[in-house]
Ligand binder design. Structure first.
Ligand code: ADP
Ligand code: ZN
Ligand code: MG
Length: 477
């Protein structure tokens, strides 16, 4: 990127809320049902019907507002956003416009080389989703309105983001927060979390913002980063060539790795918003707000900082362990059994996550319970088994979550830490490998490894490696 310029970025994020029923009717929100079966006169937009607000949608959105330091407005208003589209039978989308439910919040991000930074949140509002047009299943376009009325929460950021990395971190924090709150599954690939990026560039030191474009249709975190970088460079190149930036909406094409403009007809934004006369103002009084705030869990950022300060974990470990609430919970259960925090972190991050990722399962379906993993770590800590044998025990535990103490007993895996026992094994090895002894004594340091290997072979890996080293050094003189 040309260093004379800086980018200005604001994100609009839509999160699909995990309610059982839709926002204004009792139809199911279940994904994958027969097309047009999750419907009723309300979400089909028949005339004369009345929407009834789903209380859960308000509670979920207020939770998000509280989690992102927003002011929760006592009163907020639903508005009609009018536009025509085949998958929007009513001809308008119910959203919030002038008086949203949450405003003026922020989310902290921690870029790799820089201090932490607050990204402002302008507003969070509630709205309904539209249906889906399906173009690839017949020669005609099919419409499935199951998604009409599925509740969404839209989070609009201030233009505070300066790089694609900050955008990524901001979005990832939103994902973590909604998952911790249990209000959205946060899956970008499946569309339950969607992001539109508004981007402009300006010369460094310039106060005024440049003309922005908006990129849509990025369905992964990686694509958000790539699309933003692409657009920043495109705008800088245009300006350098003396051209002007045209305000427009672009669609990201992940395969071509470029963005192309939407047809201007599709982006004519004249929504003629007006308050929806069918819906009363939403009132969230202090009592209700307090009630909702009681279900706020410890948030990812707080947990991350606590893992560093209380367990002395490196930033890297804390970041990975707090990525999801279930993983953080698992780790905390492990360290309720053992106080070897760093070893526990190493085991969870490398051994546990390797299996979880390979099997593509959630940590909650991981076969080894936190208690048993904690016990295994304690067996290493007190010297009952070596780290190497522990890997073997771990592999056995994976099969049926059996108790590591039992496995070690049954398979006779207890580490040999008896000095005289190790000495006598070494003595025998020295006697029958005189050629190697001479080589070692002649200065061939490498041969030392051969002796360690022999001891391990003789003890089937059970000899305490530290003792073996010490005693070998002593005896090979
Ligand atoms: P619009 O009216 O075009 O929807 P808004 O003012 O509602 O624009 O802002 C939409 C998003 O664009 C917000 O996230 C905001 O932070 C961001 N934004 C506004 N102006 C700019 C700009 N000049 N460059 C980049 N982002 C911007
Ligand atoms: Zn319905
Ligand atoms: Mg806008």
């Amino acid at each position: 990127m040309n260093p004379k310029y800086e980018a200005v970025i604001g994100l609009e994020v839509h999160a699909q809320l995990l309610t059982e029923s839709k926002i204004f009717c009792s139809c199911s929100t279940k994904f994958g049902n027969e097309p047009n079966s999750n419907t009723c006169p309300v979400c089909l937009g028949h005339p004369g019907v009345l929407p009834v607000l789903n209380k859960k949608v308000v509670e979920f959105t207020v939770l998000m507002g509280l989690a992102t330091n927003c002011k929760i407005n006592q009163q907020s208003i639903f508005a009609r956003k009018n536009y025509f589209y085949p998958d929007l039978p009513k001809g308008y989308q119910i959203s919030q416009y002038e008086e949203p439910i949450c405003e003026h919040g922020f989310i902290e991000v921690n870029p790799k080389n820089g201090s932490s930074k607050k990204i402002g949140i302008t507003r969070i509002h509630m709205e309904e989703d539209a249906g889906k047009s399906i173009h690839d299943q017949s020669s005609a376009t099919l419409v499935d309105v199951n998604r009409c009325g599925v509740p969404l929460m839209e989070i609009v950021s201030e233009p505070d983001i300066r790089t694609s990395e900050e955008a990524y971190l901001y979005l990832n924090n939103i994902k973590k927060i909604v998952q911790y709150l249990g209000i959205c599954d946060g899956n970008m690939e499946e569309g339950s979390l969607r992001c539109d990026a508004n981007i402009s560039v300006r010369l460094k030191g310039e106060n005024k913002f440049g003309v922005k474009t908006e990129i849509k249709n990025m369905n992964s975190f990686r694509n958000v980063e790539r699309a933003i970088d692409y657009e920043i460079n495109r705008q800088i190149d245009l300006i350098e060539e003396g051209e002007v930036i045209v305000q427009q909406t672009l669609l990201w094409d992940a395969d071509a790795n470029e963005a192309y403009p939407m047809r201007s007809k599709e982006e004519a934004n004249d929504y003629r918003y007006f308050p929806d006369p069918d819906l009363l103002p939403v009132i969230v009084d202090d009592e209700w707000k307090t009630e909702i705030s009681k279900s706020l869990p410890e948030l990812p950022e707080t947990k991350y900082k606590r893992f560093i300060s209380d367990f002395s974990l490196p930033v890297y470990d804390a970041e990975i362990l707090t990525q999801t609430k279930s993983l953080a919970d698992y780790y905390e259960s492990v360290i309720s059994i053992t106080d070897d925090y760093k070893t526990a972190s190493n085991w969870v991050i490398s051994e546990v996550l390797a299996v979880v990722n390979e099997k593509k399962i959630d940590i909650s379906d991981f076969p080894i319970t936190a208690v048993n993993l904690g016990k295994l770590i304690n067996l290493i800590k007190v010297g009952t088994i070596s780290g190497k044998i522990a890997k073997e025990v771990f592999a056995l535990m994976l099969q049926d979550n059996s108790d590591p103490e039992q496995i070690v007993k049954d398979k006779n895996l207890v580490q040999i830490s008896d000095t005289s026992e190790i000495e006598s094994i070494i003595q025998k090895i020295i006697e029958s490998n005189q050629a190697q002894v001479q080589e070692y004594l002649g200065g061939k340091e490498k041969v030392f490894g051969f002796f360690v290997g022999q001891v391990m072979k003789e003890t089937r890996g059970k000899a305490n490696p530290k003792l073996v080293n010490e005693i070998l050094r002593k005896m090979l003189r």
